[in-house]
Design a protein around this ligand. Sequence first.
Ligand code: ACO
Length: 434
Amino acid sequence: MTDVAAKDSLTVTDNRTGQTYDIAITDNTIAAKDLGQIRLDEEQPGLATYDPGFVNTASCRSSVTYIDGDKGILEYRGYPIEQLAEKSNFLEVAYLLVHGELPTKEQYDSWVHEITYHTFVHENVKSFMQGFRYDAHPMGMLMASVGALSTFYPDARNISDADNRHMQIVRMIAKMPTLGAWSFRHAQGKPYVYPDNDLGYTANFLSMLFKMSESKFEADERLVKALDVLFILHADHEQNCSTNAVRSVGSSQVDPYSAVSAGIGALYGPLHGGANEAVLRMLKRIGSKENIPAFIDGVKDGNERLMGFGHRVYKNYDPRAKIIKKSAEDVFEVTGTNPLLDIALELEKIALEDEYFVKRKLYPNVDFYSGLIYEAFQFPPEMFTVLFAIGRTPGWLAQWSELVQDKDQKIARPKQIYTGDRELTFTPASERWS
Ligand code: ACO
């Protein structure tokens, strides 16, 4: 140990040996590898950290998204989510996430043109999707078809080439609504609708979802705007489970379709993408405002959870929930109100004043109102995560792009603490079973 420890450092003493170590602190973190020097003796491995779920471990440096959970702040590339939701649109936000800065007029026009131009998929992708069972979950179909795209674009493996990366990013953002809409139509037994490239990104998605025999599907502008805002709100959320999956799989230098397919798999899980469905179920179960106090009592007694409340990161109102609440009002103006909204509003009012929730810093999260909006669009609950995946695609790709250019990154390969047997003697089956 040096006599005077550097100010930005941590001094630790290993009481097993009495040795003291100086470990540098950078960006309020210590490098886990620096702990490796702390060891009992040369025979033993160095000290490591144990952190299931990466609760307190930074896996990367990133300049994509900033979150301050205590203050309820979410920014993409430094821009507050509230401003982006109000004044931008999904494709501009996608450009911002992927490129790191807002586009000029020429850059924006060219980006929109590129994305629009790539909305179609190879006809064999359609045949592939048609091969799924009639009742296939749309998220499973999306995950498989995005993975399948890697076989249609084998050049995507060349991830070190910037132009090539750009090409795959454009393709994926462009094709995701097509694949998502077709997985929805499949379950309904309806013909798949080809993209209409006269329409904007979100209007085209709605056309592919709902068009029947009319020559042109024109969605209500307020619904288009509301869905576009939902896509913006879901576009990135730093190192969440699915983004971590994209990065982890991407760290093997596989093509981005395979990496994003892994992200879709992570999002498929109920702990990640499925909470809004649980909110809907809860609201339906409560049934009417009169039943709210009894329900709240049940939550406080620990018998159940108020779904759509609380967040691992946000210990304040989730900034996305505020925006969604406003979008819900806009959507209900078009579709007619949903009686469940009244229950949700009353629940929120009571919970925000109740000591149990206040003390635990439990506020509405992004999922509290989003399920209500999706239901107003007449999406079945299985589609909710597909919508989430379409919105999250630019974020996954921005993070993937950052990963492959980050010289610090290595193949993701965590350590383990081995708890099993050692050095047993194998007896062949013929002897064990005789
Ligand atoms: N209803 C009632 N009590 C709650 C809730 C809730 N929704 N959330 C947390 N609590 C209580 C816990 O019981 C605990 O109380 P205690 O200290 O008396 O034991 C305290 O608040 C802290 O809760 P934790 O579970 O430790 O908080 P954590 O950060 O681990 O969990 C989570 C966050 C999983 C989101 C949790 O709040 C929850 O289950 N919420 C409901 C599900 C939900 O809405 N998920 C969507 C999250 S947003 C997203 O993933 C896109």
